[in-house]
Design a binder for this molecule. Structure first.
Ligand code: APR
Length: 231
């Protein structure tokens, strides 16, 4: 059993919970303009449009249920006490709802809100609107606590520290098309970690991985965890 396992998850992990991915057929960035909805410029141009997009996603995420992949990753962490670092690009709370703790949300989270004026962070109400005053400073500058394109992902120092001490790096349900997350496998390889891709089909960085398992996460992830715990 590897000592320190670092896991990166993406939208494919929540696909079977009914939450859309971004780049699959009919994905969120095929049906929506990311420049208008997932950039600081888009928010400045039309905050109401951005809030409406995230309010709908927050509502969908609140009604979704964790799937067997989320539960399997929690089981692995529970059995492999303190030696699993779970990093997610996802902004839903399905890892937490499956029991995972201390999840690193590098792209933020729908259940978080941020004041663009004083940087106060607080739990997001189910529906946010541009005129909502910040509970701390009162400014009507509140936004979803989501990392948009062109912004710096959260907890990067902690993530890099984890990767530098990884014995095994596993990427699950991600297309490997957005950096810095897509480059994590190279960091892990540089320190001699084994690398595994678990996805529906090969990602953009599939060739960087030592091994791969393809199929629906709700089947492949529990099978992988069983194999890890059996070993
Ligand atoms: N099981 C496993 N993998 C799946 C499943 C499934 N049921 N369904 C889809 N996938 C895989 C797809 O093959 C694809 O490679 O999940 C991946 C989803 O890729 P994207 O839609 O690009 O999502 P992700 O990689 O998480 O995007 C990264 O881009 O838009 C930004 O901030 C956003 O965090 C997101 C980032």
């Amino acid at each position: 059993m590897p000592h320190h396992i670092v896991i990166l998850t993406g939208a494919g992990l929540s696909a079977e919970s009914g939450l859309g991915t971004f780049r699959d057929k009919g994905g969120l960035w095929e049906t929506n303009d990311l420049a208008k909805l997932a950039t600081p410029e888009g928010f400045a141009e039309d905050p109401a449009r951005v809030h409406a997009f995230y309010n709908a996603r927050r509502d969908n995420a609140a009604r979704a249920e964790p799937n067997p992949a989320h539960h399997a990753l929690h089981h692995l962490s529970a059995q492999h006490e303190g030696r699993v670092t779970l990093i997610t690009q996802n902004v839903d709370a399905l890892h937490e709802r499956a029991g995972s703790e201390d999840v690193i949300h590098m792209h933020g989270a729908l259940h978080g809100a941020l004041c663009a004026a004083c940087e106060h962070r607080y739990p997001a109400p189910p529906q946010m609107q541009a005129s909502d005053p910040c509970p701390n400073c009162g400014a009507p500058r509140t936004r979803p606590d989501i990392v948009w394109f062109g912004e710096i992902p959260y907890q990067m120092e902690r993530i890099e520290g984890a990767l530098l001490s990884a014995d095994l790096f596993v990427a699950i349900g991600t297309s490997g098309s957005v950096y810095p997350a897509a480059g994590f496998v190279q960091l892990a390889r540089a320190v001699g970690a084994q690398t595994l891709e678990i996805n529906l089909d090969p990602s953009d960085v599939a060739s960087d991985f030592d091994t791969a398992t393809y199929g629906p996460a709700s089947e492949t992830v529990p099978a992988w965890v069983d194999q890890m715990l059996g070993s």
